[in-house]
Design a protein around this ligand. Structure first.
Ligand SMILES: NC(=O)c1ccc[n+]([C@@H]2O[C@H](COP(=O)([O-])OP(=O)(O)OC[C@H]3O[C@@H](n4cnc5c(N)ncnc54)[C@H](OP(=O)(O)O)[C@@H]3O)[C@@H](O)[C@H]2O)c1
Length: 332
């Protein structure tokens, strides 16, 4: 495969946010966009110079014009769109949270594996250059054994009952939207989680405003994580080791700087700017893996997506929240 042809599903905030980063991705061609509304697809395509505009998700998923689809709809819509894409032999990059439920995640993972197509969660943070540098610092043993992760992701948002962040039918709540970042980060450095103790406070719509999670990892690490929409916070993250610690400078989910602190040594700052708005790195990963005929990313494998989703699912359960997958009308 010479060029990997991308299609975008949905024309909302994040689709507009990432689209400019495709220009930085070697071997990627932004071939099409699909919307539930034809005029929105055409406007999006005109605005960004994309050749294909589909007024139905199904039409793009069934077309021969794209190899991989980037699914940028609210979380409960991810499952059905991903399953339809996979069924049509398309690779998928699915926005985070991967789905609204653990069951939905398992269904998509099973389908991708059965069909032998590439699938990945769009956890862009894992691909940022300075996060890769943090992994190297750990691999070199600079902070000793990693025993903990501590961090927050507060992202204040004014409550608006019908917005996707607060509406139950659109997968609202901090656990799925922000918790996915903090848990994903902890899982990347400490591995799988065996015990979960979380507490949340809720909006009148029944989804969570904020959650704090204490996790015990299978290998013995402990993480302490908080996130929420109803307060302001730095968005910082610390990786704790037996010989020092790494501070991921705010905001940790798209950082450009880390500070490595070691006992008795002056702190060392490592800076690595992302290319574009930072989404180019995940797109480059997907493009390269597909071009190589691979079905998963070793940096963001499906098993890790499943492990993270298990934690989020448990936190939802502990908060008394039930999330549901949507029955998506894919259009004509
Ligand atoms: N990686 C990041 O930094 C980042 C940042 C923000 C969001 N996200 C993720 O991206 C996804 C989308 O978030 P967003 O903020 O872009 O949402 P958004 O602004 O509400 O846009 C979502 C789009 O999905 C489509 N859609 C399909 N079914 C829908 C439904 N029933 N209700 C509303 N829209 C529907 C719509 O596009 P059409 O009308 O064109 O079909 C809509 O414009 C979420 O999973 C979110 O967690 C990621």
């Amino acid at each position: 495969m010479n060029t990997v042809r991308w299609g975008i599903v949905g024309t909302g905030a994040i689709a507009h946010g990432v689209v400019g980063d495709f220009q930085f991705v070697p071997g990627a061609e932004l071939a099409a966009v699909a919307s539930r509304t034809e005029s929105k697809a055409k406007d999006f395509a005109d605005q960004y110079g994309i050749p294909g505009a589909f007024g139905s998700y199904r039409a793009m998923l069934e077309s021969d014009d794209v190899d991989v689809v980037y699914i940028a709809t609210p979380h409960p819509q991810h499952r059905d769109i991903a399953l339809a894409a996979i069924d049509n032999g398309k690779a998928v990059l699915v926005e985070k949270a991967f789905t609204a439920t653990l069951k939905g995640t398992q269904q998509v993972v099973d389908a991708a594996r059965a069909k032998g197509v590439f699938a990945m969660e769009a956890m862009w943070t894992r691909f940022l250059p300075v996060v890769a540098a943090a992994r190297e610092v750990v691999a070199w043993g600079r902070i000793g054994d990693v025993v903990g992760v501590q961090g927050d992701l507060y992202a204040y948002r004014e409550y608006q009952a019908d917005h996707r962040l607060f509406a139950p039918e659109l997968g609202g709540g901090a656990i799925l939207d922000l918790g996915v970042y903090v848990v994903n980060f902890a899982q990347a450095f400490l591995g799988d989680v065996k015990e979960i103790d979380s507490r949340a406070r809720l909006y009148p719509t029944g989804v969570d405003k904020a959650v704090t999670m204490n996790l015990v990892h299978a290998a013995g690490g402990l993480s302490s994580l908080t996130c929420g929409f109803d307060g302001h916070g730095p968005g910082r993250m610390i990786v704790v080791g037996t010989k020092g610690w790494i501070e991921v400078e705010p905001r940790f989910h798209h950082p450009s700087m880390i500070t490595v602190h070691r006992n008795g040594v002056l702190p060392r700052i490592i800076e690595a700017l992302p290319t574009g708005r930072g989404y180019s790195h995940e797109f480059a990963e997907v493009t390269a893996r597909i071009a190589a005929g691979e079905t998963e990313s070793p940096t963001m494998p499906l098993r890790d997506t499943l492990e993270v989703m298990k934690v989020l699912d448990k936190c939802l359960h502990q908060a008394g929240i039930t999330q549901r997958e949507a029955d998506v009308d894919l259009g004509p």
